[in-house]
Design a binder for this molecule. Structure first.
Ligand SMILES: Nc1ncnc2c1ncn2[C@@H]1O[C@H](COP(=O)(O)OP(=O)(O)OP(=O)(O)O)[C@@H](O)[C@H]1O
Length: 223
């Protein structure tokens, strides 16, 4: 397994009340597979995804990536692993308004510490933009893109540095059903062809056909 969590617990304290939101979660992700995470509102899906992605820390438990225990590494090393090997797509595309499609991806490569030359980076960006069907829009700014186009660029940006793991928190929530299916087809294609382990939180049951595995969160545990 490329990625796993072991006995992840997370409590939040509000005032004097402490509530355990995750009660010991074991999650595994496999390369080339989309794992969908479903469950009722407030069951802890986003909390689990953000902990798995290293965006917040668990109260206890371990996270293993590529044979390494992330909790045992220095913050600098985990930050480096996250930048190089993890990709993120959120509900809303979160594109930078003053950058073109091409520039959004180039910025990501720079942030991930890409070893490619400037020319190679441009070639790589062009290839990925073609892959997500946005090659013809490389000079477009977010304001001129439709919701589906923005999400395609967000996905392209999330995978341009060739991550091993892709975390997607309701990636189709802002799209109508046709566009949602198109975006899911794209995620499925990229997961398979690039051999990425994708974890996706979703509320939309009709999109579960795109998942290789469906995990249900209930009362802080995976059922
Ligand atoms: N930083 C925080 N401080 C306090 N409580 C929090 C915090 N983050 C999440 N929670 C609580 O943890 C619970 C689970 O939240 P989470 O967002 O993980 O649920 P979810 O399953 O993703 O829900 P939804 O489907 O509505 O997005 C909720 O009751 C939420 O209020």
């Amino acid at each position: 397994m490329i990625f796993s969590t072991s006995n992840i617990k997370k409590s939040f304290t509000t005032g004097e009340v402490s509530e355990e939101i995750l009660k010991g979660v074991d999650l595994t992700l496999a390369e080339g597979e989309i794992t969908a995470l479903v469950g009722s509102s407030g069951s802890g899906k986003s909390t689990l995804l953000t902990i798995a992605a290293g965006l917040q820390t668990p109260s206890s438990g371990e996270i293993h990536f590529d044979g390494q225990d992330l909790g045992a590494l220095s913050p600098e090393k985990t930050r480096q692993i996250r930048a190089e090997s993890f990709g993120f797509v959120f509900q809303s595309s979160h594109l930078v308004p003053f950058l073109t499609a091409e520039e959004q991806l180039l910025l990501m490569l720079e942030t991930a510490g890409s070893p490619l030359s400037t020319k190679q980076q441009r070639q790589e960006v062009e290839k990925i933009l073609d892959e997500v069907g946005m090659g013809h829009r490389k000079s477009a700014y977010p304001a001129s893109m439709s919701g589906g186009e923005k999400q395609r660029i967000a996905i392209a940006r999330a995978i341009v540095h060739q991550p091993k793991i892709l975390f997607a928190d309701e990636p189709t929530a802002s799209l109508d059903s046709t566009k949602s299916r198109e975006v899911m087809e794209l995620l499925q294609k990229l997961t398979k062809t690039l051999n990425i382990a994708t974890l996706m939180v979703t509320h939309e049951e009709d999109l579960l056909t795109y998942a290789d595995r469906v995990l249900t969160m209930k009362d802080g545990r995976l059922a």
